[in-house]
Every structure is written in structure tokens, then in C-alpha cells.
Ligand binder design. Structure first.
Ligand SMILES: NC(=O)C1=CN([C@@H]2O[C@H](COP(=O)(O)OP(=O)(O)OC[C@H]3O[C@@H](n4cnc5c(N)ncnc54)[C@H](OP(=O)(O)O)[C@@H]3O)[C@@H](O)[C@H]2O)C=CC1
Ligand SMILES: CC(C)(CO)C(=O)C(=O)O
Length: 306
């Protein structure tokens, strides 16, 4: 299959490298010129949980260069999805499936408005802990799951073939019929760890082992779960603490991408993760003071980045 990955940062590079290694004709598209030049020159090194390999693939800073593709994957951060979706328009055919994979709330709606809900599959990934040690090299600590679900009824028949395509790259894929449940299950995990790890500088395991940090993290999670319940979102969670502890226990050494952004002096996805909780809570007449405080503090640190 011909595949365009728009945003080949940490996660997009894992997708691009493993799908290319499975024999697909993959185009990596990113704004980071040194990374693209390195992939063109020497291939993309993917190291970590999936092994250590050099994948050979095409790379460009201009999506249009890829030509028509069967699948586009939008793998930017949340604030980049609209520009990425617009840049993909020239390479879409009537049959192209678009998969958008971001943490937090709201990205899928913004992508659907540009490419159309009838071709859009929403993805949620967990347990990867991916980062870029340098241009042309991605490392990932795990590759636990990729959930896929149709953004609208019309895309429902595209989920199974898209899942098969990802499985060919070795990804562990689960097809979901209820995307609200799928997105919120991961959202609650991010809300638990993203803000707390970022403010403390701790790994996921260190937050779980620290009484004070864990009390803040689980209070963030409890607020998000209360909002999900108020919105009648079905979740496989009875007790929030054991649920988020089980998630964190699988990747204790990981630093959430929000913390990695802070360490690199980049603005994070705080507005769509902890910052989204008070916003959606208010729609249901609820308050989320712990997430409001955590996100205010994260934003305060980010104000020094400009
Ligand atoms: N890293 C991880 O382990 C995990 C990440 N996630 C989620 O996955 C998503 C992606 O995260 P991650 O891979 O870490 O992010 P990165 O910041 O590492 O990668 C995003 C890349 O997209 C590029 N980009 C932005 N806009 C465009 C555009 N219009 N066209 C082409 N490229 C563009 C960025 O370039 P530039 O930097 O120049 O803007 C950057 O290289 C996020 O929502 C994150 O929360 C989920 C699970 C785990
Ligand atoms: C919580 C974690 C580490 C799990 O994949 C993640 O989603 C992130 O890095 O943003």
C-alpha cells in the first residue's frame, strides 16, 4: 500500500519505520528538515521494543510530493492537525483513508472538518514512550496498543481493512465501535500522568511511588472520570486508582510526551489534556479544580518558553 505519514516526529516515525519495514511504500512528511534529510540519506533507524532496524522510505517536507496514497496518517501534536490535514488534501483520492492519532480531546473533529468524516478513522495509542534521540532515529520503550474506530457511520466499513494494514507492521490493533469510550479511556490515563509528571519532572513510576504526586495525579483522574460519567460515556473503569495504576505500571520508566516537550522548551498539549477537563466539566455543570490548577501551573512554566 502507498502510505503518507504527516508529522514524523516521535510517534509518526515509529509508524513510518515499521510500516515501511513491512514492505509498504511509505512517505515520511515533516517540517524538521534535518530529520527528513537524514532519512533520505541513510534511512530511518527504529530502535526499542520492536527491535533495531534501519527502514528505507521516502521523505519530504512537502506532502504533495508523495502523490496519491491509500492511507494518510496525521501524527502531529494536537495543535498541528489542521495544517497537516490541509497539506494532505492533494494526495487524497476518493478511496484514501485518513487516520488521525493524537492524545487529548478535539483533534478528530478538526480533522473531519477538513478531510470529511466519511473517510476518517480515529486512533488512540498507548504504551509507546517514543522519542527522537536525533535526526533519522526514533526510539520507543513499548508498543502496547493501537485502538482504531470510525469517526462517522460512513467510515465504519474502513476500520477492519485499516486495522489489517497496521497489523502488517506488527502493531497490536483493537477495533472499537464506540470511539468516545476509546478516546476517554486513554484521555483519563493522560490526565493522570501528563500534568503531574511535567510539574514534578518525575517518570510515571516515580509519580506512582510518591504519595503527594500520586494524590494529585489520581485527583486529576477522578475529575475526568466524573465528567465522562456525566456525559454517559461507557468506560471499563469501576475504581479509578487501580485502573490508572495498572496503566502506569506497564510503562514506569516512561516520561509523558508533555514532560518531554517541557524538557525541550516546547509548548505542550496541556489545553487538550488536563486543560480540557475543566472546560468539558463546565458543559455538564461540574467543576474540575485540580486539573484547573495543574494546567494553570503548566501554562505558567510554558510562558517562559517564548
Ligand atoms: N511520544 C509518545 O510516546 C506518545 C505520543 N502520543 C501522542 O501522539 C501525538 C504525536 O506525538 P509525538 O510524536 O510525541 O509528537 P512530536 O512533536 O514528536 O512529533 C510531531 C511532528 O509533527 C511535525 N509537524 C507539525 N505540523 C506539521 C505539518 N503541518 N506537516 C508536517 N509535519 C508537521 C512536528 O514538527 P515541528 O516540531 O517542527 O512542529 C513534529 O516533528 C501527540 O498527540 C501525542 O500526545 C501518544 C502516545 C505516546
Ligand atoms: C502516557 C503516555 C506516556 C502513554 O503512552 C502518553 O500517552 C504520552 O507520552 O503522552
Amino acid at each position: 500500500m502507498r502510505i503518507g505519514i504527516i508529522g514524523t516526529g516521535a510517534m509518526g516515525s515509529v509508524y513510518a519505520g515499521l510500516l515501511a519495514d513491512a514492505g509498504h511504500d511509505v512517505w515520511a512528511v515533516d517540517l524538521w528538515e534535518d530529520h527528513i534529510a537524514a532519512i533520505r540519506r541513510a534511512g530511518l533507524r527504529v530502535s526499542g521494543a520492536s527491535g533495531d532496524r534501519i527502514a528505507r522510505l521516502n521523505a519530504t517536507t512537502d506532502a504533495a510530493e508523495a502523490g496519491p496514497v491509500d492511507m494518510v496518517v496525521i501524527a502531529t501534536k494536537a495543535d498541528g492537525v489542521e495544517a497537516a490535514a490541509r497539506s494532505a488534501l492533494p494526495i487524497l483520492t476518493p478511496d484514501t483513508v485518513v487516520v488521525t492519532i493524537q492524545n487529548g480531546l478535539g483533534s478528530a473533529d478538526r480533522v473531519a472538518a477538513i478531510v470529511g468524516a466519511d473517510r476518517l478513522i480515529v486512533g488512540v495509542v498507548g504504551g509507546f514512550g517514543a522519542s527522537l534521540p536525533g535526526p533519522g532515529h526514533v526510539h520507543h520503550n513499548g508498543w502496547e496498543f493501537l485502538y482504531l474506530g470510525a469517526s462517522g457511520e460512513a467510515a465504519a466499513d474502513k476500520v477492519a481493512p485499516t486495522a489489517e494494514l497496521w497489523r502488517s507492521g506488527g502493531f497490536s490493533v483493537k477495533e472499537h465501535a464506540d470511539i468516545a469510550s476509546m478516546v476517554w479511556e486513554k484521555f483519563i490515563c493522560n490526565v493522570t500522568f501528563s500534568g503531574t509528571c511535567t510539574l514534578t519532572g518525575m517518570t510515571i513510576g516515580e509519580v506512582m511511588a510518591n504519595e503527594g504526586a500520586w494524590s494529585v495525579a489520581t485527583a486529576c483522574a477522578a475529575e475526568a472520570l466524573a465528567v465522562a460519567r456525566a456525559r454517559n460515556i461507557t468506560l471499563p473503569i469501576t475504581d479509578v486508582e487501580p485502573f490508572v495504576r495498572a496503566f502506569g505500571s506497564r510503562i514506569p520508566n516512561a516520561r509523558p510526551s508533555m514532560l518531554l516537550d517541557h524538557l525541550a522548551g516546547r509548548r505542550s498539549e496541556i489545553d487538550v489534556i488536563n486543560g480540557a477537563v475543566p472546560r468539558v466539566a463546565a458543559e455538564s455543570g461540574l467543576a474540575a479544580p485540580v486539573n484547573a490548577t495543574v494546567s494553570a501551573l503548566v501554562r505558567a512554566r510554558e510562558s517562559a518558553f517564548d
